[in-house]
Ligand binder design. Structure first.
Ligand SMILES: C[S@@+](CC[C@H](N)C(=O)[O-])C[C@H]1O[C@@H](n2cnc3c(N)ncnc32)[C@H](O)[C@@H]1O
Length: 269
């Protein structure tokens, strides 16, 4: 991926791609089992326009609800790879039992939503075994990803290590999402984030909390991405409430869309 601004967002995202994404977010997403809401894209979409198309990956895919949306957003499973890391049939390593990842259902959902099954790579793995060597092999095979979603086991140790793996394989201008950050049923996620940011310094830092997820981005892009989201929300989602708050010393946004309504994502003017 290139940080340069050679192409405009409209060149990189043909109208048909934006239409297909809006179509998935308004109807398709509700036909796939899993956990995520379309309003999350009010924060992801303006950043995707900055980042550009590229591979996407997720630890903990279940049946692909979020991954399919990411593929459509970043034009993965079409032009790029989509990497699905999950214990799948090794459920003895799914220590919290929050959903059982199913390869066959994931593949058929990917296909049913118009994506190329050949670009989907299912990696059956206990995420606790992912180390630097696996991160290096991942990058050699697929390249660094534009977006990495962490949504596997919610234990503290899994969450910390999954995020650290994500940091190793995500482009410096990319995003990492951590699911269930505000879910009271999975306090391990908040504890993991607190341990990480109180005890160490990372290149990827908290950016936004919205719709049950915490988004992280590199400090290199942090100030720019905050402004990009605020400008986009002001221009296109006027009922969404957002506020700047400090988390672990970093300015961040809390974004609260109206979850009762859906408004199509827009290309900036
Ligand atoms: C909450 S579900 C993921 C939901 C999904 N992201 C969605 O969009 O609906 C959690 C997933 O994590 C997987 N999982 C649990 N423990 C894991 C581990 N140790 N390593 C990798 N995946 C794991 C489960 O099999 C399950 O598919």
């Amino acid at each position: 991926m290139d940080d340069g601004e050679a192409d405009s967002a409209a060149d990189r995202w043909p109208a048909t791609t934006v239409e297909a994404l809006n179509d998935y977010l308004s109807t398709g997403i509700h036909k796939v089992n899993g956990w995520c809401v379309p309003q999350l894209w009010q924060s992801i979409w303006p950043l995707a326009l900055e980042i550009g198309p590229g591979p996407v990956a997720e630890i903990g895919v279940f049946e692909g609800k979020f991954l399919i949306g990411l593929c459509k957003t970043f034009d993965a499973a079409g032009r790029f790879d989509a990497i699905a890391l999950d214990v799948f049939d090794m459920q003895e390593f799914n220590l919290d039992g929050a959903g059982v990842g199913k390869k066959d259902i994931l593949a058929s959902n990917i296909e049913a939503h118009g994506l190329d099954k050949g670009a989907l790579h299912c990696v059956e793995v206990d995420s606790l075994t992912l180390r630097s060597r696996e991160a290096q092999e991942f990058c050699e095979r697929y390249g660094r990803v534009a977006f990495f979603s962490v949504d596997g086991c919610h234990e503290v140790v899994h969450t910390v290590r999954d995020i650290e793996f994500a940091m190793e394989v995500t482009e410096n201008n990319g995003l990492i999402a951590v699911d269930d950050y505000t879910n009271p049923n999975w306090p391990g996620v908040q504890e993991a984030i607190a341990r990480m940011y109180l005890m160490r310094s990372y290149a990827f830092v908290p950016l936004v909390v919205t719709c049950n997820k915490l988004l992280l981005c590199s400090l290199s892009y942090h100030a720019k991405y905050l402004k990009v989201i605020e400008n986009y929300l002001r221009a296109h989602h006027e009922t969404t409430r957002f506020k700047r708050v400090t988390r672990f010393g970093f300015p961040t946004l809390t974004v609260q869309p109206n979850l009762q309504t859906w408004t199509d994502l827009a290309m900036p003017d």
